[in-house]
Design a protein around this ligand. Structure first.
Ligand code: AMP
Length: 210
């Protein structure tokens, strides 16, 4: 099954991507994680992306389209994949169509702006393995340390309150129109993501079968 997870930053796409990945044994592909990895490794692409990411802006379409084009050719995508954070603009969605990639389902996780701001301010991430935590809702066993790989957890620069507002604005202006794009194809399912993670997961799993 080829899936897209849509939703504002902090809506819980990454967490749901992990759950679906476990259930269906298909890879979760996060352009945000791939860009952060490139930044941490100091690659040319990482350096190029850094100023956009730190400012809460979108990285240019051609960069992320290039990343996805290459990633989807990997052998582990043969039986399906979950895209988390791509596409984020109409041209990115059109690029997927032009690549001949068939999308079976698009799950849109809906969360209010107020809730998003609270979630992002408490989010902590592991830059080494990409695992995410929340100081209140999903705390690591040891404060500040990644359960999965033992590396130090940090707050993303773009999760700071002033940048979060820019990211939400970008989301509403550039990414939300994708809902209509995929609704018109009859493959959009909207999931309420406001409450407990387990409830959102149950709704997401249901939406995969509808
Ligand atoms: P995320 O971890 O998905 O919230 O992504 C973090 C940041 O990476 C975003 O705020 C953008 O700056 C950049 N980014 C990730 N995915 C994309 C994309 N599909 N298009 C443009 N920029 C992206």
């Amino acid at each position: 099954m080829n899936l897209i997870l849509l939703g504002a930053p902090g809506a819980g796409k990454g967490t749901q991507a992990e759950k679906i990945c476990e259930k269906l044994s298909i890879p979760a592909i996060s352009t945000g994680n791939m860009l952060r990895e490139a930044m941490a490794n100091g690659t040319e692409m990482g350096l190029k992306a850094k100023s956009f990411i730190d400012a809460g802006k979108l990285v240019p379409d051609e960069v992320v389209i290039g990343i996805i084009r290459e990633r989807l050719q990997a052998a582990d995508c043969k039986n399906g994949f979950i895209l988390d954070g791509f596409p984020r603009t109409i041209p990115q969605a059109e690029a997927l169509d032009e690549m001949g990639v068939r999308i079976d389902r698009v799950i849109d996780i809906e969360v209010s702006n107020e809730k998003i701001a609270a979630r992002l301010s408490g989010r902590r991430v592991c830059l080494k393995c990409g695992a995410t935590y929340h100081v209140e809702y999903k705390a690591p066993k040891t404060e500040g340390v990644c359960d999965a790989c033992g590396d130090t957890l940090v707050q993303r620069k773009d999760d700071m309150p002033e940048t979060v507002l820019d990211r939400l604005k970008t989301y509403h202006e550039q990414t939300e129109p994708l809902k209509d794009y995929y609704a018109a194809k009859g493959i959009l399912r909207v999931v309420e993501g406001q409450e407990a993670v387990a409830d959102t997961t149950a709704r997401t799993m249901q939406a995969l079968e509808d």
